[in-house]
Design a binder for this molecule. Structure first.
Ligand code: ADP
Ligand code: MG
Length: 368
């Protein structure tokens, strides 16, 4: 490998800005990535989120240099890197299967990229120690991977990916093989590490909760394209499409016929009623999207004020989930809705078969 120069010492480095421009990758007739453009800011935690097969890994592999795009460009800090081999891009990478060398100790594993870069032994030891501290595994250097838990192995992989001080770290479903509790603990660790390092993270996952927890911004991918790019809040509150509304969080999607606008709100016919929505844009066939936790039973305490919708429903199912209650409801025309309310809020519970009226703020419903 070439003698790539290490960034100056000190924990925090400046994160690389990355531009993906009209990226395409085809495998024979399969368009794995079909025109992806994303501007990733220096120091940002950006997540590529999407279902299996949506082109996340292929996009990451092109950024890393292990796949060559059929079209488009990739620039790091303004300079195109498409003609650079992976090791010249100076990017750290972590994958789902940690791929540690089983016959090397933890310290040797982490020191490997430094050795490749010709870093002298004493300096190597110092940097490895620092990386072990960063991933909260001080004193583990002499162990072998088989002597570590899955979560610890993944921390070692992470240490190996950052030890040479890359300004960009790519991770492809790194927590995918871990159980839920460990995954959630490591998600918080990732966030902390991102803050401490100050470098750019590009993270791939199919888990929307994970993406919402960690990311500064999320690029939702579908069929090789970016369906929407935005902050977790923006994607949750203002999904731009049915796909995004359905993929991020739970949502009610009601077939809706636009019926014009009134007082700045859209009017639609949905669930057998005339309802108001916060957005007026789509014409033609549409869906009214409203989150289950934004619906409430008439008489339950509501959020701020504003124009509301009211709808007569029948409770078809009630489920107690500990912190919340989840109701399945049917409108008069048979349209099904999900309503979620915090349990123990003092609200009376509703039984299957009961007739009820539900209420929600008009602006909490959007057309997609
Ligand atoms: P994701 O990581 O979002 O699950 P991928 O980027 O791995 O998606 O794959 C996107 C699409 O490209 C899928 O349809 C996949 O089958 C196809 N694909 C990926 N890699 C190859 C390959 N080496 N050869 C042929 N098809 C591939
Ligand atoms: Mg993948």
């Amino acid at each position: 490998m070439d003698g790539a120069v290490l960034a100056p010492p000190g924990l925090r480095a400046r994160g690389a800005a990355v531009t993906l421009r009209d990226l395409e990758k085809r495998y024979g007739p399969v368009g794995a990535v079909a025109g992806v453009s994303i501007d990733i800011r220096g120091g940002e935690f950006l997540t590529l989120l999407g279902p299996s097969g949506s082109g996340k890994t292929t996009t990451l592999m092109m950024l890393a240099g292990f796949e060559t795009p059929n079209a488009g460009d990739i620039a790091i800090d303004g300079a195109s890197v498409v003609d650079l081999p992976p090791h010249r891009r100076n990017i750290g990478m972590v994958f789902q299967n940690y791929a540690l060398f089983p016959h090397l100790t933890v310290a040797e594993n982490i020191g490997f990229p430094l050795k490749q870069r010709g870093v002298p032994k004493a300096e190597r030891a110092r940097l490895v120690g620092e990386a072990l501290d960063l991933v909260r595994l001080p004193g583990y250097g002499a162990r072998y991977p088989r002597q570590l838990s899955g979560g610890q192995q993944q921390r070692v992989a992470l240490a190996r990916a950052i030890v040479f001080r890359p300004r960009l770290l790519l991770m492809d479903e790194p927590l995918g093989a871990l159980d839920k509790q460990l995954r959630e603990a490591l998600q918080i660790e990732m966030r902390r590490l991102h803050g401490e390092l100050g470098i750019t993270f590009v993270y791939v996952t199919h888990d929307q909760a994970e993406a919402l927890t960690m990311s500064d911004r999320i690029a939702v991918m579908n069929e090789g394209r970016v369906a929407q790019l935005g902050t977790p809040e923006a994607l949750y509150d203002r999904p731009a499409s049915r796909f995004v509304a359905g993929f991020i969080g739970e949502t009610n999607l009601l077939p809706a016929v636009p019926r014009g606008a009134q007082d700045g709100l859209g009017l639609v016919e949905a669930a057998g009623a005339l309802l108001r929505v916060g957005s007026t844009q789509p014409v033609g066939p549409a869906m009214l999207a409203v989150r289950p936790e934004r619906l409430r039973f008439a008489g339950s305490p509501g959020p701020g004020s504003g124009p509301e919708n009211r709808l007569a429903v029948t409770v078809t199912e009630a489920v107690f989930l500990g912190e919340s209650r989840r109701y399945l409801l049917a409108a008069s025309d048979g349209t099904r809705l999900v309503l979620k309310e915090p349990a123990g809020s003092g609200a009376r519970s509703h039984a299957p078969g009961e007739a009820a009226e539900i209420v929600w703020l008009a602006e909490d419903g959007i057309l997609v």
